[in-house]
Design a protein around this ligand. Structure first.
Ligand SMILES: [Zn+2]
Length: 266
């Protein structure tokens, strides 16, 4: 009985600390101090800055984000009528819903088991499904779409050109996407040279040529260059000395920032 009572006491403390941490994280999120410290999101800060596992960090972030809109959430977590994992499940599904609906759904989740909460959000319509089989010489993909998705695909096919089959359309899209990330490596061939360098240079300092953009990205190893940040997502080319203050698009004035740090820099 003694050990049990000690554990009950520790559990109480654990709950109190969790609640304190959530409050402090809320302050951190509101002040955005983590951006200045080189983290690109609260999640990044939780993982790299505080040493949480990614799964736990996601839970904490979900609570902070939801509690910002629905402040009574924290009280419910403290009381135990909502668990962190239930809130995390809800967060994924409620993201785009209006606040009032979030509030209503969160209230309906109270005192439910995590299985019941998951069932609340089960989607009746299947989304895209791909079955992959790998052979030595090729990969076989079997694609399953809802009727709605299929209609969209057909629409795109019709818009692109009548000559497209689904197969050629898909290959076309892949090629096009890849090309937009491609480097102009080494010396371009003559025909390309004419295209790229023959065009008059842009006078608009906000316009950066594809080649220059690729160079800047490559030199930055496709990572945000804000001190401490390692994000490789949503990268943007930033003018170190801002255009509105007379900054130009010379190589020395360009750096790579993730969208969060670019916005933070202002
Ligand atoms: Zn960054």
């Amino acid at each position: 009985m003694k050990i049990h009572n000690e554990l009950l006491e520790l559990r109480k403390q654990e709950k109190r600390i969790t609640s304190e941490i959530l409050n402090k994280l809320q302050e951190m999120e509101n002040s955005r101090q983590y951006l200045e410290m080189g983290y690109n999101s609260l999640f990044d800060y939780l993982v790299r800055g505080l040493g949480y596992s990614e799964a736990t960090a996601y839970q904490r972030q979900a609570c902070v984000r939801l509690a910002k809109e629905v402040p009574e959430l924290k009280q419910k977590i403290d009381q135990g009528s909502l668990t962190l994992s239930a809130v995390t499940t809800a967060f994924k599904h409620l993201r785009k819903k209006p606040v009032e609906e979030k509030r209503k759904i969160l209230a309906s989740m109270e005192n439910k088991s995590s299985r019941e909460v998951t069932a609340l959000f089960l989607e009746p319509t299947p989304t895209i499904k791909i079955k992959k089989t790998e052979y030595i010489d090729k990969v076989h993909l079997r694609l399953e779409l809802s009727h709605e998705q299929h209609e969209k695909l057909e629409k795109l096919k019709a818009l692109k050109s009548h000559k497209h089959s689904v197969e050629s359309l898909l290959l076309d899209l892949i090629e096009k996407e890849l090309k937009s990330y491609e480097f102009v490596q080494g010396k371009p061939s003559k025909s390309r040279e004419g295209k790229i360098f023959g065009a008059p240079k842009s006078k608009n300092p906000r316009q950066i040529s594809k080649r220059l953009r690729n160079d800047v990205l490559k030199e930055a190893h496709f990572k945000c260059q804000y001190p401490g940040c390692e994000s490789d997502h949503f990268l943007q080319i930033d003018h170190i000395f801002p255009v509105r203050k007379g900054g130009n698009q010379q190589r020395q004035n360009l750096q790579v920032l993730c969208a969060r740090h670019n916005r933070h820099k202002g």
